[in-house]
Design a protein around this ligand. Structure first.
Ligand code: FMN
Length: 206
């Protein structure tokens, strides 16, 4: 079946796209507002896009009132944020933090989480997260109703038990976002597969 987005409402197109481009990682973003309240919210329009320099992107839509969400406002105003990664045991807390709390209520408190200081930026990370990325804002770009945030990772935090020699990460179990409205997956069913060279493919060796 061919589906021309021009023949469908934007809401249907969004559901289709976000059900096909899956699983998506979840950036659980902490940011600070002007009053020093720690804001926390999940975003699955998120990915790593450059290894050197270290750049990540997050796309934040407008809220129902047509205004920037608190996270986008805080990042634009303060230029700093933390991407905390969501592992299985943090799922419920992540889900609570997605509610539309007013700006003066910290989702951290609401979800019974704690702030841990960052090293290079003022914005704290989630103490309970097994991995977090301190980010400085590189730039933003409006894409229709979305603020595309490009951030540079300036510090990694990784739980000691996840790290092997040469920065290999083991037993990291992040949650993935599947289709709309709220389907998720675990990342426990894994397999290893070495890449093959053209020469090996020609010889039919693998
Ligand atoms: C798993 C998950 C992924 C989400 N991904 C996005 C996203 O990519 N972009 C977005 O604008 N909102 C996304 N949301 C909704 C925001 O988390 C929600 O609007 C939140 O209240 C924003 O909080 P804030 O106003 O404190 O920034 C997502 C929600 C969940 C539960």
């Amino acid at each position: 079946m061919h589906i021309d987005p021009l023949s469908h409402p934007a809401s249907d197109n969004y559901k289709l796209l976000s059900s096909l481009v899956v699983p998506r990682p979840i950036a659980w973003v902490s940011s600070l507002n002007a009053d020093g309240v720690v804001n926390l919210a999940p975003f699955s329009f998120f990915n790593a896009v450059s290894g050197n320099p270290l750049y990540i992107v997050i796309s934040i839509g407008l809220n129902d009132a047509g205004e920037m969400k608190d996270t986008a406002k805080n990042i634009v105003a303060g230029g700093e944020f933390v991407v905390n990664l969501v592992t299985e045991e943090l799922f419920d807390a992540m889900n609570i933090s997605a509610a539309d709390f007013p700006p003066d209520v910290s989702e951290l408190d609401a979800a019974n989480l704690h702030a841990a200081p960052s090293v290079k930026i003022r914005v704290p990370r989630v103490a309970e997260a097994q991995a977090s990325l301190e980010c400085r804002l590189h730039s933003t770009q409006m894409l229709g109703n979305n603020t595309l945030v490009i951030g540079e990772v300036v510090m990694f935090h990784v739980a000691d038990h996840l790290l092997g020699p040469r920065l290999h990460v083991n037993n990291f179990a992040p949650i993935g976002r599947l289709g709309a409205p709220s389907v998720y997956c675990r990342t426990t069913d894994r397999f290893d597969a070495a890449r093959i060279s053209y020469a090996e493919w020609l010889k039919g060796e693998r």
